[in-house]
Ligand binder design. Structure first.
Ligand code: HEM
Length: 426
């Protein structure tokens, strides 16, 4: 047990113009457990990397509702943290940005002497809103609606390219090209970088080798810095250009602000929709009767998408606690890290009865795929639009399909959950 040293978080100034690494203690492994953690709440749940998790990740996260206490202290070689699985507790954390702050929320390695924040994720209110205001007009429902035609045509073109083959690996044929090419268009980044970007992001999100992650991130940093310089010199209509030339309260964003902002969008936008599509198409291929149900209910497409996002949410949120607090009788101390296990909260049977069942007629409840509160996902409306169009255009052209006989489905380890390949035949 480690005696807890309280970090000087009260005096920490979160200044994106002069970013300083926050002094949050990091505990890792069984020898670094703060003394206030009761031994009976210390667990190693194996989330993200263990063979038990990787055998069937969503079923595993559903089972966490009864296999683990609702709040427990998870111990891993990477970073120990409280894990919360109840829907109500996750909502409480995510809706109280004053108590649970987004310090060091992103795990990617940064030079402490040349620190930057991942914006907007690691900037809390009141500054957070100023950054979101720059991009929200593009990513709000009305902004995303203007992209509908482009996304639909892109989906049709991609499917037309392989529909005659009678088979494909869904991930590389459609799951990746659709959201990544749309994202590159929105950002104003070149389409020919698609596979290189995905390769770097894949290592950063799914590898557990720190040297490999640092190498991939280093390459992305060099590329993005070059792209930002180019957009400053030659502005265009893309989001990189918008951020590079944006102003807050009459001043241009600093180089570190621009970089941290573009870099976070790059990380947030590349892997998440891709993994979501892969999970959903695996389920569709295994459930032809449910495919027919989707085809038969065209007017219900929005609630169909919402239920699939609940059943197949792919990622997690972490926070740092700013004051001692008790939740369900558990003492959580200032400086502790908390992780909301969002996919597990989406399987909370008190909110979603028969949680593993895909039920398009569930009563409407807040789903946690994109979190809620100030840091709720900026790309949520884009992701919903892409899923909707993908379902509509795919099922028009390929209404009957199944997993290729003999294919073994393996899931990728890491912070975005999804199958490594989904071979399909029709
Ligand atoms: C199905 C797809 C997606 C899922 C499941 C997802 C999930 C999430 C989650 C859980 C968060 C909260 C992180 C936190 O609380 O610390 C988040 C934040 C964010 N996401 Fe997404 N995301 C998706 C797609 C996208 C896309 C396509 C983009 C970019 C175009 C994007 C950009 C962002 C940004 C910028 C934030 C930070 C928001 C803030 O802190 O204000 N996301 N996302």
């Amino acid at each position: 047990m480690t005696a807890m040293t309280f970090p000087d978080l009260d005096n920490y100034v979160q200044d994106p113009l002069h970013p300083v690494k926050p002094n949050v203690p990091t505990f890792a492994g069984p020898d670094e457990i703060p003394s206030h953690v009761p031994p009976e709440l210390v667990k190693s749940c194996g989330l993200m990397f263990s063979p038990e998790f990787l055998a069937a990740p969503h079923e595993y996260m559903a089972a966490m509702q009864h296999n683990f206490p609702p709040i427990f202290y998870d111990v891993t070689p990477y970073r120990n943290a409280w894990h919360l699985t109840k829907h109500e507790d996750c909502l409480f954390v995510l809706r109280h940005a004053d108590i649970f702050r987004n310090l060091e929320a992103s795990p990617f390695p940064r030079d402490p002497d040349d620190y930057f924040f991942f914006i907007p994720q690691e900037v809390d209110p009141p500054q957070h809103r100023k950054y979101r205001n720059i991009v929200d007009p593009l990513f709000c429902p009305a902004g995303i609606k203007t992209l509908e035609g482009l996304i639909r045509q892109r989906a049709i073109d991609i499917i037309d390219g392989f529909v005659g083959d009678g088979e494909c690996n869904f991930n590389t044929a459609f799951g990746r090209p659709l959201p990544v090419s749309v994202f590159l268009d929105i950002m104003g980044l070149p389409q020919d970088m698609r596979d290189t970007f995905v390769g770097w992001a894949d290592i950063m999100i799914h590898s557990s080798d720190q040297a490999e992650i640092a190498d991939a991130f280093g390459k992305a940093i060099v590329y993005l810095r070059g792209a930002i310089a180019e957009k400053k010199a030659n502005p265009d209509g893309g989001v990189v250009s918008l951020i590079a030339n944006a102003e807050i309260e009459g001043r241009k964003l600093s180089d570190k602000e621009v970089f941290g902002f573009v870099c976070f969008l790059w990380i947030g936008g590349l892997d998440t929709v891709y993994a979501t599509l892969n999970n959903i198409w695996l389920w569709l291929a295994q459930n032809p009767d449910r495919v027919q149900e989707i085809i038969d209910r065209p007017d219900d497409i929005d609630k169909i998408v919402e239920e699939l996002l609940r059943r197949y949410s792919v990622t997690f949120s972490t926070r740092v606690v700013m004051k001692d607090i008790e939740m369900r009788g558990v003492q959580i101390k200032k400086g502790d890290r908390v992780m909301t296990v969002l996919p597990s909260a989406n399987f909370d049977p008190e909110v979603f009865p028969n949680p593993l069942e895909v039920d398009f007629d569930r009563p409407r409840k807040t789903i946690l795929a994109f979190t809620v509160g100030v840091h709720s996902c900026m790309g949520g409306h884009l992701a919903r639009m892409e899923l909707k169009i993908a379902l509509q255009e795919w099922l028009k052209r390929i209404p009957k399909f199944s997993v290729k006989p003999g294919a073994q489905i393996a899931f990728k380890p890491g912070g975005v959950v999804g199958p490594a390949a989904v071979p399909l035949v029709w």
